[in-house]
Design a protein around this ligand. Structure first.
Ligand code: KIV
Length: 277
């Protein structure tokens, strides 16, 4: 096992070897992601859409997120586990944000939290960081703002909007974020942000210039096909393989070829004889 990834370890990779982050919501996928050598495992609120079948990320709460984070932490030995603050767990006030962020570390055993939003979240970031809880920022397309944004759309497409994102990134760094997710922003804007801040940027649909990349594991493995954003690359088709395996199981059950002798437990012949008494 290589060394446990830490927040300072992530920060030290700015401009160096690229960082990789994948999502997980349970111990099984966490164990696989950890074995792959990725630097960070994000317990994303994408759990709502990918794991719970919701249409957006709004319908998952703190208890569920902490429950899943604890499972991921149990399955992770080396990567840094990052817990994603769900909708309405930090938007209301600093105190609630700090208390909920603390739950991710104390109960979920995460090493850091992530929250969405730029300038309007600075006081939340400062308050959480002041409680010694490392914060990963998230700007660009922030899925919890889907109602305001009118859908999952690329952000920062004009020079003015792009510059505003650069300013927000600087402010989040000043407020104490140790890294920043940039989601669905044009590659030139992600490059400007990456050059403007001294903390690592982790892109998803933000081009190749970021200090790292994150994807949703179910997308990477071909396990989620309700929709596939342009920025996703599928590295495997495990969904198809899973359906084929399940079909084989069903057919063998129907034909009576499963279970075979090697799947059954025997008992001493003398005991079987006694059953005939
Ligand atoms: O919830 C999530 O999975 C995320 C990533 C897509 C960055 O926020």
């Amino acid at each position: 096992m290589t060394d446990k990834m830490t927040v300072p370890g992530v920060v030290s990779r700015k401009g160096g070897r690229k960082l990789s982050m994948l999502t997980a919501y349970d111990a099984v996928l966490a164990r696989l992601a950890d074995a792959s050598g990725v630097d960070m495992i994000l317990v994303g609120d994408s759990l709502a859409m990918v794991g719970l079948g919701q249409p957006d990320t709004l319908a998952v709460g703190m208890d569920a997120m902490v429950h899943h984070t604890r499972a991921v932490s149990r399955g992770t030995e080396r990567a840094l586990v990052v817990g994603d603050m769900p909708f309405m767990s930090y938007q209301t006030c600093d105190e609630e944000a700090v208390r909920n962020a603390g739950r991710f570390l104390a109960e979920g055993r995460a090493g850091a939290i992530k929250l969405e939003g730029g300038a309007r979240m600075l006081s939340r970031v400062r308050a959480i960081v002041a409680a010694d809880i490392p914060v990963m920022g998230h700007i660009g397309l922030t899925p919890q703002s889907v109602a305001k944004l009118g859908g999952f759309k690329v952000q920062g497409k004009t020079a003015k909007a792009g510059r505003a994102l650069v300013d927000e990134a600087r402010l989040l760094e000043e407020a104490g974020c140790f890294s920043l997710v940039l989601e669905a922003v044009p590659a030139p804007i992600a490059q400007l942000i990456t050059e403007a801040v001294s903390i690592p940027t982790i892109g998803i649909g933000a081009g190749p210039h970021c200090d790292g990349q994150v994807l949703v594991t179910h997308d990477v493995l071909g396990l989620f096909d309700r929709f596939t954003p342009r920025f996703v690359k599928r590295y495997a088709e495990l969904g198809r393989a899973a359906v084929a395996a399940m079909e084989d199981f069903r057919k063998e059950v129907e034909e009576g070829t499963f279970p075979a002798e090697e799947h059954c437990f025997d008992m001493p012949a003398a005991e079987i004889e006694k059953l005939k008494d």
